[in-house]
Design a protein around this ligand. Structure first.
Ligand code: MEV
Length: 310
């Protein structure tokens, strides 16, 4: 790290379709949005995050990134445009930005190397994961993860019987509004809960397959610029995620109240709290409703770059 400060930033992500099912190898679609997390590193007497020394009990993503790079004691400083635990990929963004800074300090930065490393760190810390969050924060723009290679292929990774091919996905011009419930739930336990459900019932396995089908329907609609169709598909996906048990009453309420002013809406990310996203042509109205329901609204720009050295 040679005594100097290194810095990188990564965007937040919004999963448009396919969360949870993607952990079972089904497809998912996600976009990077114009809210960023910035990270700086410099050598220090002890490793810390924003002045708090790292211990085995705290900041496991940060510790795992430093350990993976065999980094000397390092002070890590972050500053973010979006709340952590909001379902917008704060752990993926911190992992990607930190790994990028560590790679850059060694004189080498390749997006796909960072994306792959970040996925491995997420699996290690979270227990089970898919590459959708980390690859969106690393590559930016739109990402499609699916089992087979197609147009825009970037890289692939396999784990047991699952295989994920990561693709760059062209995103039509669209307006997204996010509503953060203000409540956070860690992703790992929600992913584990869905796994138990799927392991024990054919019904849950069928729902996961249906989410996969719905996601591919949405991919076609995106390619055709059919925002009305895409919105309907997102709402369908929300209903399937609710059946899997990852929605909450608050998320359901926020989703149903913005629907009259949106093409569609759904929870985004792991659920259990976190955020919902609406695809709309009336962003001001949707933001107002989210606020009235006690949520924190964000307007989200798409078409933004992935990880960057700052
Ligand atoms: C969380 O943002 C998305 C999940 O599908 C987990 C993952 O893909 O690693 C719930």
């Amino acid at each position: 790290m040679s005594g100097r400060t290194w810095g990188a930033s990564a965007p937040a992500k919004v999963i448009l379709l396919g969360e949870h099912a993607v952990v079972f190898g089904k497809p998912a679609v996600s976009v990077a949005i114009g809210l960023r997390l910035r990270c700086k590193i410099r050598p220090a007497a002890v490793s810390s995050l924003n002045g708090v020394p790292l211990t085995p009990q705290n900041y496991s993503y940060v510790s795992a990134c430093l350990a993976r790079h065999g980094a000397p004691p390092t002070a890590v400083l972050t500053d973010s445009d979006f709340p952590s635990g909001s379902g917008l990929g704060s752990s993926a963004a911190v992992t990607v930005a930190l790994l990028a800074a560590l790679n850059a300090s060694k004189g080498d930065l390749k997006e796909d190397v960072v994306a792959r490393e970040a996925f491995e760190v997420e699996c290690e810390v979270q227990g089970r994961a898919s590459p959708i969050d980390t690859s969106t924060c690393a590559h930016g723009n739109g990402i499609l993860v699916q089992r087979q290679r197609g147009d825009g292929f970037l890289w692939e990774i396999s784990m047991d019987t699952r295989r994920w091919c990561v693709h760059d996905l062209p995103v039509p011009k669209m307006t997204l509004v996010i509503g953060f419930t203000g409540k956070s739930k860690p992703t790992g336990p929600l992913v584990a809960k869905v796994k138990r459900y799927v392991d024990h019932t054919t019904f849950a396995r069928d729902i996961v397959s249906e989410i996969g089908d719905v996601t591919m329907e949405g991919v076609k609609q995106m390619a055709q610029g059919d925002l009305e169709g895409l919105g309907r598909t997102m709402t369908k996906d929300h209903k399937l995620l609710a059946i899997l048990g990852v929605s909450t009453r608050e998320l359901d309420k926020m989703v149903s109240s913005v629907l009259p002013y949106s093409y569609g809406a759904k929870l985004t990310g792991a659920g259990g709290g976190g955020s919902m996203v609406a695809l709309t042509d009336q962003p001001q109205k949707v933001m107002e409703i989210i606020k009235n329901k006690g949520g924190q609204p964000f307007a989200a720009d798409t078409g933004v770059p992935g990880v960057r050295i700052e």
